[in-house]
Each structure stands twice: as C-alpha cells, then as structure tokens.
Design a protein around this ligand. Structure first.
Ligand code: SF4
Length: 486
C-alpha cells in the first residue's frame, strides 16, 4: 500500500516563528476533540491514537493531526480532511514513538495552518499542544506574548496558549500549566506532548470534557470523550477536575490540582447534542440522558400524531423516549448516509445546505398521509430544520410537529461552539410561532432549560447554560458582552 503521509514534520530544529498578523476579534473558531496516548517505551502509539481520533471524528471534521515522540524526537502529521483521509498504515510506520497526542478540528477558516497539534521550541526542547475549547481573551494574550518577544505564526488562540505554556516549561510542567490557567480565560481541555511527557489539563471551569484512563499492558490515555477508549480497549478512570492536570512520565500518572476550581461549568450542549451518545459525562450515560429528554418533551404534549421519528442519528434516543412516554409509535422517516459529515459543524451555510440533502434520504412508505412528530436535538440557525420539514412533507407527511430537546438557543457561545452572534440564532430573532411558520412545521415545542437539566441530572451550578440562559460562567470581555447582550 502506498503510504499517504502528508508533511511529516520532524520537530526539534524549527527556526523561531515569525510574528504574524494581529487577530481582529476574539470570536470562537473551533470545537474539537483531543487525545493523549502514553505507552511503555518500545511500543508504538500512533495506531492507537488513530483509532481514538476516529472515534472523535464527530467533534471536528475539517482537519486532524497527530504528534508522536520516541523519547527524543517529535514527529508530526496534520492536514485538512477526515481522520481516515490523513492517516494510514504508512503514516503510522513513520510516526514513531510510544507517546502521542492528537486532534480533530472543526475550523471556520478551513486552512491547514489551523490544523493541530500546534508545536514550538521551548528552552527544554520541542513541545506540541492540542486544544479543545476557545479563549475569550486571545487578543490581550497575543499582545502580551508578542510584547514579551514571543512569536506566533497564526492568530489562533491555541497557539497563544502553547506559547505561554512553552515559555514556562523550563520551570516544569506544573508551573507551565499554572501560567496557562492564570492567564488564559475561557474553555480549554488540552493535551500536551514533550519528548518524555504526555500531559492533559482542563480549565478551572471544566467547560469542555476531558477523561483520563488506562490502556492494556501499562498504558495511559487522555481523551475528550469516553467513546474514544472503546476501540482500543481503554478503561476510562475518571474525568479530570476543573483546574486539574495529569502528567504521564515513565509509566506513571500523577495528578495535580494546578489552581482551585472556580466552579464546575460543563457545557450543557455537549450533553444535549455534541457528545457521542455512547459516551459518558459526569458519570452518566449520554444516551440515557437524551432518552429522558425525549420523555420530558412528551410530558404535557397534547399533539395528535401517528408516528414519532428522529432526525437520525442524534435524535434517536430522544425520539425513543418521546415514543415510550407518549405511546405514539416510533418509526424511521429518513435514512442517514453513513458517509457524510454532520451539517451543523460544516463551516459555512452553503455547505450546510448541500450537506442536509446528501445526508438524509426520506422513506416515503413510512410517511405517506401520516401526522409526524419529528424529534431533533437543537435548532441553531433553522436551515436544517426547514429543509427536513420540507423533505418530509414533500414525501407524504401530512403534518410535521417539531420537538426539540435543546432549550431555545438565544445567546452566542464564546467557549468553542460556532455560533458567535445573536443574529445567527433563529430563536434570538423570532418567537416560537414565527419559527414554526418559518421552518414550515405544524407545531413546535422546545424542552425547557429546567427539564433539560433534570434530564441530565445536574444542577445549573455544575453546568454552563449560557447560550440558553445568558448566564455566562466566565465573565466576558466588553466586546463579547456587547455581542451577547446588545
Ligand atoms: S454557551 Fe452553550 S454551547 Fe457554549 S459552552 Fe455554554 S452551554 Fe455550551
């Protein structure tokens, strides 16, 4: 088999980076998945990292990358594209080493520069970093890094964080992580690779998930979601706490509470929509939480309907819950292509529209003349819902009643999901009745925020609910505050 190995980079002798353009805003750019793998010396981590990244493909489909270390040399491949388009067995044979980190990326800029891990030279050698989340004070940090004589190649927050981390690494990883946690504001779940260490740490609010666990035969693993452990027989042990770091060195993992947690604020949208249903967070199964959301949606719903159908695949558990609670028969109204990207995480509206048509194919024999309850996880911009309702009606559905397990999304997210202005959010612009008309539905109902929190079994004090409530757990800089509330 011909190796597909794009831009294998051996890190360690890179020239210092040049200062680059100054970022003009602090808007979110990514929603990603991260992995860290540490095996006993002599084993190869790249293939395991690949399988873990593949399991996290839903967290970012624009680009992916992997960096490995054999204890001396760091090697890296990163590229735009899906995980299985970037890596193959030829790549693994060249990405040598028992230590590795990886990243799947959703980017709005679509450039290869944006692919991660980022890397740079520190005083003690090369270091690479993979980041899930978004900082809210990037502009200020960029200015500080450049004023300190640092250099940056991109305007991406993750590179700024790496510069801050690498600059303190000479004092040890604990000092470096403390420097990041004290200066970087926002969401960050991170994996870091040096010549001899695999590190994971999480911001003091724990907005993005990060799990630690073991691998067979003495290995360790860090990953955004527990679903990444399954294909490589990993055993999730626990989530890192907000403000906590794990360092894996010489076959031992040590945990450090780097800064006191400010509060827990896991993104509620992870539980409703983004995480894979076979993952667990806060000790609970995502699938079960979504099934309970569907049951809650059915409570008090007087709609007269013949069947309940999901928007596949993400609406399936909630549709089953709705069906079980309402007694309305569950059916499939559409088939999903297994080989097309998720539409919400496509980086522009044109691609999203095309994506819906490629992704979902109706089953007219299951729809003809029927009153349909359509269960989906969220309405963000409204385009997808409008197209799906139109698709169902064009294929025989007599009525389509839309039921949404996310509460109304009325505020932007600055912590790593790509809706950064209120103008993008249909629920911030229209009433429920107007949205119902706009998407062509016969009725529309959202889960309340209270019911969503009850379904996930967590109080608001342990969650970020900002895009639903306007209550941002991390204070916003003035310009983002204006975007959220003006
Ligand atoms: S604002 Fe919404 S999407 Fe963003 S982190 Fe908070 S709950 Fe999640």
């Amino acid at each position: 088999m011909k190796p597909v190995l794009r831009d294998l980079t051996v890190l360690g002798n890179s020239p210092p980076c040049k200062p680059s353009r100054v970022k003009t805003d602090d808007l979110p750019q990514e929603k990603c998945g991260v992995v860290g793998i540490a095996l006993p010396r002599g084993e190869e981590a790249a293939a395991l990292n690949y399988y873990a990244l593949f399991a996290l493909q839903h967290r970012g489909q624009e680009g992916a990358g992997m960096t490995t270390s054999d204890g001396t040399t760091l090697r890296q491949v990163k590229e735009m594209g899906l995980v299985n388009q970037i890596f193959d067995w030829g790549a693994f044979s060249k990405l040598r080493g028992h230590l590795s980190i990886g990243h799947t990326r959703y980017s709005t800029d679509g450039s290869k520069e944006a692919a991660q891990p980022f890397n740079c030279e520190s005083e003690i050698g090369p270091v690479a970093l993979a980041h899930n989340g978004n900082l809210v004070n990037t502009r200020q940090l960029r200015a500080e890094v450049l004023a300190d004589g640092g250099s940056l190649d991109t305007d991406i927050d993750s590179e700024v964080m790496l510069a801050i981390f690498a600059n303190r690494l000479v004092d040890g990883p604990l000092a470096a992580a403390r420097e990041v946690m004290e200066r970087c504001r926002g969401a960050f779940s991170v994996t870091v690779l040096t010549q001899k260490l695999v590190i994971g740490f999480r911001d003091p609010y724990g907005i993005r998930p990060l799990h630690f666990g073991t691998l067979p035969d003495g290995g360790f693993m860090i990953a955004s979601e527990t679903c990444a452990f399954v294909p490589i027989e990993g055993e999730p042990v626990r989530e890192l706490n907000p403000g906590e770091m794990v360092i894996v060195e010489n076959g031992e993992a040590t945990f450090h509470q780097v800064v006191p947690p400010v509060r827990e604020a896991l993104c509620l949208f992870e539980l409703i929509y983004f995480a894979r249903p076979d993952s667990e967070m806060y000790g609970g199964a995502i699938y079960s939480a979504r099934e309970r959301m569907g049951r809650a949606l059915a409570q008090g719903d007087k709609v007269q309907a013949d069947i309940v159908i999901p928007v596949p695949d993400s609406g399936v558990p909630a549709a089953l819950g709705y069906s079980r609670a309402s007694g309305i028969e569950y059916a499939e109204g559409m088939m999903k292509s297994r080989y097309i990207h998720r539409t919400f995480i496509e980086p522009d509206d044109k691609k999203r529209k095309r994506g819906v048509k490629m992704k979902l194919s109706p089953l007219p024999e299951n729809l003809d003349g029927l009153r349909v309850v359509l269960v989906d996880d969220s309405i963000v911009r409204g385009h997808t819902t409008r197209q799906i309702v139109g698709l169902l009606k064009a294929n025989g559905a007599k009525e389509v009643h839309v039921r949404i397990t996310a509460p109304r999304i009325t505020f932007p997210c600055f912590y790593g999901i790509d809706f950064d202005t209120r103008e993008q959010l249909i629920a911030a612009q229209m009433t429920d009745a107007e949205i119902c008309t706009d998407v062509g539905a016969d009725s529309l109902r959202y889960l309340t925020l209270e019911a969503a929190m009850a379904a996930v079994g967590q109080p608001e004090s342990r969650l970020c609910t900002a895009c639903f409530s306007g209550r941002y757990p991390i204070p916003l800089p003035p310009e983002q505050h204006a975007l959220a509330f003006s």
